[in-house]
Design a protein around this ligand. Structure first.
Ligand SMILES: [Zn+2]
Ligand SMILES: [Zn+2]
Length: 384
């Protein structure tokens, strides 16, 4: 057997290197020398790579084991000679690169943590897109609150490959462009470089050589999904209700985005809305205004009988407390304002005209400028 190199030297480390330094150094060596990386190399390159990788694996198998490391530190190769060290190394060397990295480094997500911060960013775990869906509601539905079924077109984990992007785990390889880091260095100036998302793997650090047919290797597929949304009472137009995790799932196992249910309030036949208050305009005929009557207001919780006093002026506004919309926080309700307008007949029959002429100049029909009715008439009411 050729002369053995010192395990620390093999991994480019100093004696006394920390556990994370050892891990980081082996990861680097594995990414460089693993046979998976040299599939298209020359025979000589393949042989060199294999030897280098075996050497690094053996070094790591000893230095990563506190017991063996202590013996090696004290006695050198003599302390760890025999099957133990070699077997461990063979075990690592026999692994597929991806499995190896997953086993040793706890999956791709763990890359960034090693190396004492020297490697600032690892492969990105990409969060899925947020989705938005509009739900149209009537004022009645807003008044009571409701449950709505909505259908969305959503990216979910591929059912065929379980989101892995391929049927076989061995078809998932470390991205050769970025060495699995998901980032590539870009030289911006002589001594200055920036990192950017790897274009080959879109930052995932992985490439799939035999992609799943169903999802074309993305691990996600789009499906139509119908979900129930609880709309609380009192929502308003343009408001959006977030549903966490109901958006698209991220590629390569990234977390799902959110779904935003945007409220669209349909116009109402009777009411105009301003916040929690409602506004309603009612036209009554001149005789009802003169003599008084009772009208039915179509409130959202059912008809409400409203007494119209004799002599009600056009433009009079009645306030029905608590007949508006519930507040979203559940405390109290708004009011319903009813504005009375008075309709005058366009044409009168002869006898009607005669009867009205008889009372035209009577005292009660004269405008009294001191009465507060005039103020009502002149007051501008903006809401209606
Ligand atoms: Zn890449
Ligand atoms: Zn698939």
């Amino acid at each position: 057997m050729a002369e053995k190199r010192d395990y620390y030297e093999v991994l480019g480390l100093q004696k006394g290197a920390s556990e994370s330094d050892i891990k980081g150094a082996y990861r680097k060596a594995a990414l460089k020398w693993h046979p998976d990386r040299w599939v298209s190399g020359t025979e000589e390159e393949k042989k060199t790579a294999e030897e280098k990788f075996k050497e690094a694996s053996e070094a790591y198998s000893v230095l990563s084991d506190p017991d063996k490391k202590a013996k090696y530190d004290q006695f050198g190769f003599a302390g760890v000679s025999g099957a133990a060290g070699g077997d461990w190394g063979q075990g690592f060397a026999g692994m597929d690169l991806n499995d190896l990295l997953n086993n040793i480094f706890g999956g791709f997500g763990g890359f960034g943590g090693f190396g004492g911060g020297r490697q600032s960013s690892g492969p990105r775990v990409v969060k899925g897109n947020d989705l938005q869906v509009v739900v149209r509601l009537t004022l009645e539905e807003i008044y009571t609150g409701c449950e709505k079924e909505i259908t969305i077109n959503r990216a979910v984990s591929c059912a065929q490959c379980g989101g892995k992007g391929t049927q076989n785990a061995s078809d998932i390889k470390v991205c050769p462009t970025c060495n699995g880091s998901g980032q590539i260095r870009q030289s911006a100036a002589f001594f200055f470089s920036t990192s950017a998302t790897c274009p080959n793997c879109n930052g995932t650090g992985k490439v799939v050589s035999n992609p799943c047919r169903n999802c074309r290797g993305t691990g996600v597929e789009r499906v139509r999904e119908t979900i129930k949304v609880n709309i609380p009472a009192g929502v308003s137009h343009g408001m959006s209700i977030p549903m966490r995790g109901k958006g698209d799932v991220g590629p390569n196992g990234g977390p799902a985005g959110d779904l935003y249910v945007v409220i669209e309030e349909q116009g109402h036949n009777h009411f105009r809305r301003d916040g929690e208050n409602l506004f309603y305009t009612r036209v009554i005929n001149v005789m009802d205004a003169l003599l008084g009557t009772e009208i039915e207001v179509p409130c959202l919780d059912g008809p409400y009988k409203l007494k119209i006093d004799p002599g009600t002026q056009p433009g009079t506004v009645e306030r029905l407390r608590g007949k508006g919309l519930p507040s979203l926080n559940g405390y109290g309700k708004g009011d319903l304002y009813v504005k009375i307008l008075v309709w005058l007949p366009h044409k009168l029959k002869k006898d009607e005209k005669k009867q009205l002429e008889a009372i035209r100049n009577s005292e009660s029909f004269k405008i009294d400028p001191t009465r507060e009715d005039r103020q009502i008439l002149e007051k501008e009411i903006n809401y209606f």
